[in-house]
Design a protein around this ligand. Structure first.
Ligand code: N01
Length: 890
């Protein structure tokens, strides 16, 4: 029975005669509101959409300024839920104009007969949750209040224009317009002197159009933005063919992509390409006129690494200089304060060329800030400009503005959303808020929303919400509410994701920085559309993880917890490995496993360039051993780090941790000598340990020849290599040297016991399995030898050892023995620093440029090694990163 019918018998307290009773109330009749209404109806819910505007369209209803278009290709910026709808509508251009998009939304509203459930011209004044009836009561400025079980905000992310924040606006005697609230009958600019304030997407789209009509246009620019030519025209044949070839596959690929547009993941990194190859890729992207293409298809590091990004940014700057004739104006239009893509870039038509027109003036507000608006125009520090019209293209109180500022929302116990969000938006999945039962946001803060193709994200959200409402109804539940644990976990995951991208390095509306006094933090989910979709699905698959469900006649259900505890990139890598469905490594045999590892390593990004890489032979415990030497680009001599690779004493060689050695060589400014020690089962215990010690001694004796600083020798190793490094320190202490200045142990094997909790908690599912460790131990060391400190250093004498830095990862079977070693060393009086890496797995630090979140850990390791070698803290060969803002959303 529809809930509306049940509710007509409910208590009078929830409604009066002028209360409309429905199952679901939705605010907003844009892309999101229309689709959700359609889905709700099909699912048998009664629903009403409350819309302030006089018609459907949402953002496309209000943003009617000349030049307004979408900047995701229309082929992708469309509904996909109904193949018949797709056939029934043909876009006329690659990027449709605002009128055409509005016509499309009207067409959709008519086709599914949606208007009859939309109350136009109706602004919501207040929304209050009633704990006694488990319903929302919505009051409006036009007609009946609404009592509903579920309340859905389909309010859009960029729909609350922000105030101009400039003194004197009221004094201006001319005309004032906001791009975000453009008059429906247009504005006559002919012969007028027009001022435009703001050079975001709205300004950049409208300025060339204004310049065609106005007598003179003066653009007041505070921050230059990156803009790329849209090359608008007919829909590109290539994408049309792709779509029409297999529509379902095309749409599905978009749904699982990172940005909601079907582009593959790039794997080639910038330093693998020559200048000519990079330029070729860039020119192709420039010619494509497609933001998603240029943001994702050049090289894999462009969106995650300051250096990889700077290459693109420089190429774009070159283009600006080519177009703009006056070098001073070109310089003023060239962005320098943020990485490309960290602030929303724009698609333009003739934007930069417009500044070559004689009727266009650019005012650089960084050099002459606006003092005030007067009766006749705008006064800066240096000049005054008399104008007839001022256009504010100054943007929006984005993401939270429309939800929070538009009307007070009070949740359980009268809790106000504004106060809960005072320090930044708190959400679970960007869909719900703890303490606000049955409140849903479509593309809310904490979801991919504005970092994605909105059409794809809207459909995913609307489907997820309506499917949940159906499931609740079927199970007899009437409320659904995020738990505090789940919400806090999501905030952590959001912050983890934000460290992956460069969005944290720009002051933008993504971070709330454009609104004075607004709490700052990266608001959209930066982890990608596909990963986000899989997380939402996982919440359901795990029995509504992180939600409390209640109903009058059913037992309460609360499956509390955090949906993502892994770092986002670790989750992706483990997901990909799981999809590969590999046989367990321990079933491959030693040679098979080595071959597999070699193949596996071929697919990883090449390590970064260092000053010099060389090969050589050194003397091991029982004959010569190969080594690989990584020398920094800076002039030597340098301290030497003797490095032992991972691989369970069985796999790997002196180059199998090549990206890690390169990265650490660059970060520490030290020479890394990676030793090809002997492996089991051909050479069992204590071959690897004795080789480790012998190699260290040989390197100490040949320090000068290798270009090292005498007396500054350190050891490092990962996994079984960490074991060898730890053992080497004990042997060097006991056998008369060499002197070791410090030890870096990354996820080391330190003991022969398998009964610590991490062995059971992380024994499967995190690549290094318990079974694989058993196999390594069996191949290397017989049970009788396993307590020997040369393989179980935790059982050795621990005092008098060099200072140590020990990194362990939360999701690693070896976690607890690494921690145990650190604690035991500290107890023995050895200076120890520990890094307990949250959300990481065994390979996080060595999968350089794959597990991007491993960077911070490697920075700390490098700093520790430099401290051990008595060097100043920073050896970075990289450009210092721009100032960082707080990455946490809220
Ligand atoms: O707003 P913005 P927008 N004095 O915030 C400046 C989407 N969109 O409406 O950068 C002087 O980007 C401000 O300067 P600064 C798209 O996602 C899409 O243009 O803060 N200047 C900035 O230059 C876009 O990103 C399309 O220093 C002031 C500008 O005003 C988002 O909407 C089209 C100022 C605001 O830029 C917002 O774009 C249009 C002040 N007091 C929009 N206050 C499509 O193509 C602000 N500024 C789909």
């Amino acid at each position: 029975m529809p809930e509306a019918m049940v509710e007509t018998r409910a208590s009078d307290a929830t409604r009066s005669a002028s209360t409309q009773v429905v199952d679901v109330a939705v605010v907003g009749a844009g892309f999101a509101g229309l689709y959700i209404l359609h889905r709700l109806r099909k699912a048998g819910f009664s629903a009403v959409v409350l819309e302030e505007a006089a018609d459907v369209g949402g953002t496309w209803y209000w943003n009617r300024y000349p030049g307004a278009r979408c900047d995701i290709q229309t082929i992708d910026y469309s509904y996909t839920f109904d193949p018949e709808l797709e056939k029934a509508w043909t876009w006329s251009e690659k990027y449709a104009t605002q009128p055409e998009i509005l016509r499309y939304l009207g067409f959709v509203a008519d086709r599914y007969d949606l208007r009859r459930d939309i109350r136009f011209g109706t602004k919501v004044k207040q929304a209050t949750w009633d704990d006694t009836t488990d319903r929302w009561l919505i009051t409006t400025d036009n007609g009946a209040s609404v009592s509903c079980r579920y309340y859905i905000m389909a309010t859009g992310c960029l729909s609350a224009p922000k105030p101009p924040e400039i003194d004197g606006v009221k004094d201006f005697k001319g005309e004032i317009y906001f791009t975000g609230r453009w008059p429906h009958d247009g504005v006559n600019l002919k012969g007028k002197r027009v001022a435009v304030i703001g050079t975001g997407s709205s300004g950049i789209q409208s300025i060339p159009m204004f310049a065609q009509d106005a007598a003179h246009i003066t653009v007041f620019q505070r921050t230059p933005n990156f803009a790329l030519p849209a090359h608008n025209g007919p829909q590109p044949a290539e994408r049309k063919t792709m779509l029409e070839g297999d529509r379902a596959a095309y749409r599905e690929q978009a749904r699982w992509s990172m940005a909601g547009v079907p582009y593959p993941q790039q794997t080639v990194v910038s330093w693998q390409l020559s200048d000519a190859e990079r330029r070729e890729r860039f020119e192709k992207a420039w010619a494509a006129g497609d933001l998603v293409h240029i943001l994702t298809q050049l090289w894999a590091d462009q969106g995650v690494d300051v250096d990889g990004n700077a290459i693109v940014a420089d190429l774009i700057r070159e283009k600006i200089r080519e177009v703009v004739k006056d070098p001073e104006i070109a310089a003023a239009l060239t962005p320098h304060d943020h990485p490309f893509g960290a602030k929303r870039p724009c698609l333009d038509t003739n934007y930069y060329a417009t500044y070559n027109q004689p009727n266009v003036t650019l005012v650089n507000l960084r050099q002459e800030p606006i003092q005030a608006i007067t009766a006749t125009g705008i006064v800066t520090d240096k000049r005054s400009f008399d104008v007839d019209i001022i256009v504010f293209a100054t943007g929006f109180d984005a993401m939270t503005g429309a939800i929070m500022a538009v009307h007070p929302i009070s949740g359980r116990g009268g809790k106000s959303l504004s106060s809960v969000w005072a320090g930044g938006p708190q959400t679970y999945l960007g869909l719900t808020v703890a303490g606000f039962p049955n409140l849903f946001m479509i593309t809310g803060p904490g979801s991919p929303s504005v970092l994605s193709n909105m059409a794809v994200s809207i459909e995913q959200h609307a489907d997820w919400v309506v499917d949940r409402l159906v499931a609740l109804r079927d199970a007899g539940f009437t409320t659904m509410e995020a738990t505090e644990t789940a919400q806090a976990g999501w905030a952590r995951h959001m912050a983890d994701c934000a460290t992956l991208t460069l969005h944290r390095l720009a002051n933008t509306w993504y971070t709330g920085a454009n609104v004075p006094g607004k709490a700052q933090g990266v608001m959209p989910y930066t982890g990608g559309v596909g990963p986000y979709r899989s997380i939402c699905n996982e919440v359901v698959a795990q029995g509504m993880l992180g939600f409390k469900l209640t109903g009058p006649n059913v037992a309460e259900q609360c499956n509390d917890g955090e949906v993502v505890r892994l770092q986002p990139d670790v989750r992706l890598v483990l997901g990909m490995l799981a999809q590969m469905n590999l046989p367990p490594i321990e079933t491959m045999g030693a040679q098979g496993a080595r071959d597999f590892l070699n193949e596996f390593n071929k697919a990883r990004p090449a390590g970064r360039p260092v000053g010099e890489v060389g090969d050589g032979m050194l003397q091991g415990a029982d004959g010569p051993l190969p080594y690989k030497l990584y020398r920094p680009a800076t002039s030597g001599p340098h301290p030497i780090v003797v490095y032992f690779h991972g691989g369970g004493w069985v796999l790997g060689d002196q180059q199998s941790d090549d990206p890690f050695c390169r990265d650490m060589c660059r970060r520490t400014g030290m020479i890394f000598v990676s030793v090809g020690y002997r492996h089991a089962p051909e050479h069992r215990f204590p071959a690897a340990a004795e080789d480790g010690y012998a190699a260290t001694r040989w390197i100490a004796e040949h320090t000068t020849e290798l270009g090292g600083t005498p007396g500054r020798l350190l050891v490092a190793g990962w996994s079984a290599g960490g074991n060898i490094a730890a053992v080497t320190c004990q042997l060097a202490r006991d056998r008369g040297g060499p002197e070791i200045a410090g030890q870096l142990l990354v996820s080391p094997v330190t003991d022969c016991s398998f009964d610590r909790p991490s062995y059971s908690e992380n024994g499967t599912g995190y690549f290094l399995t318990r079974g694989l460790m058993y196999w390594f131990w069996d191949l290397y060391c017989s049970p009788a030898d396993r307590t020997d400190p040369r393989v179980a250093p935790l059982r050795g004498k621990l005092d008098g050892l060099p200072p140590a830095f020990i990194a362990t990862s939360e999701f690693d079977p070896l976690r607890d023995e690494g921690i145990a070693y650190a604690e035991a060393l500290a107890k023995a009086g050895v200076p120890v620093e520990q890094l307990k890496a949250r959300g990481q797995f065994h390979s996080s630090f060595t999968m350089v440029d794959v597990i991007i979140t491993g960077v911070n850990g490697r920075m700390k390791m490098a700093q520790a090694l430099r401290r051990f070698a008595d060097l100043p803290a920073d050896a970075s060969e990289r450009t210092p990163p721009p100032r960082e803002i707080n990455v946490a959303a809220g």
